[in-house]
Design a protein around this ligand. Sequence first.
Ligand code: B12
Ligand code: SF4
Ligand code: SF4
Length: 315
Amino acid sequence: MNLTPTVARRFQANPAQFLEQEIKEFVRTDPGNRLPFLDDYVMWSEPLVRFADGDDPLFTQYKTIIAPTHLTPREALAQAYDKSLDEVQGRLAVISWILPAAEETRKSNRAERDVPSRLWSHTRWYGEEFNEKLREYVVELLTEMGHMAVAPFLQPYFKVFANENGPYSNWSERHAAYVAGHGTFSLSDGFITEAGIAHRVGNVVTDLELPASPRTATGPYSNCLFDVGVNCRACIIRCPADAISEKGHDKIKCQQYLNDIGYSSEALKAGYVNETSVAGCGLCQTKVPCEFQNPITKLKRKKRWQGIQVIPHKA
Ligand code: B12
Ligand code: SF4
Ligand code: SF4
């Protein structure tokens, strides 16, 4: 990395602004965000970047909400550097970004009913490879500036376990995004941000102190229309695996479906994936009112115009 004195000065003057600009610039210019075999198709639109306080009490609550094995940012950083918790001193922050799927990708997936479009599938595979590169880039930037930094998802300690409800990991990138105020979960389980639900998430934990972005959501599901009493069943109707109902998302059915289409010879023949990859699905994230915007922001605008208040029925 070319760490010139100008770059170092920019970082020192305003680390939060510097990181946001660097992440946006990387997404805009790095060739990893393009598909060379498809006329350099750009997979991700401009990212959303926010910061969470690494000691936000929610991270400890996740040990009850998700599982005791879910790591706090301090544990994630300490384990990566082979240190004890006491050796990781001072304030910590989690840098959290959202990579919104490009419009053409979303449009192509809207037209599908059973399997994802090729663009969606390529974005699942090559787009996540780029997301890995971005995590590595942010870690490198921070370490070059003299800070500790880790992308928990890329660590050898990252694990996905399973219980009677299906898979869960020891570092959920969406739960960190929730702490950073990016948005909320939903009936389909997808995470609804101001840029909608059709996206991927990335995080880096660091000992650099950054200002925590405000969290304005009134509850863990409050960006979902179903949560405010609107009879939105769009994701239920879209799911080809019958994995979404008014009770929520059945992770086991969803995973089974992803495995079936991801490794079927039909999917391989259709050129979706290579032999070691997964095809994805995301039909519940396209052709739905939360696809590329926060539907509650839109609803509130409309209701304000009509003089009606929107109150979530679940806290
Ligand atoms: C395991 C996994 C899966 C599993 C299980 C999904 C799941 N919901 O957990 C399966 C295989 C089913 C799956 C499917 C898909 N996945 Co996936 N998957 C993961 C992975 C690796 C870990 C997720 C995890 O740890 N979950 C932990 C469990 C406990 O979370 P949970 O059940 O959602 O949590 C609920 C409770 O915590 C509850 N809750 C209850 N009380 C409270 C209180 C508070 C305060 C809060 C905050 C929450 C809360 O809210 C949550 C929602 O119901 C992440 C990557 C990562 N490391 O984060 C990607 C990830 C979640 N997957 C992703 C994607 C895109 C997909 C697919 C669309 C496939 C595709 N690419 O085409 C589908 C979408 C399925 C769906 N409808 O959401 C994205 C999600 C982006 C988004 N828009 O939300 C992620 C974040 C990958 C990434 N880096 O971007 N995935
Ligand atoms: S489609 Fe409707 S019910 Fe489903 S997650 Fe989006 S807003 Fe919620
Ligand atoms: S990813 Fe596909 S199978 Fe899973 S819930 Fe969404 S639509 Fe259903």
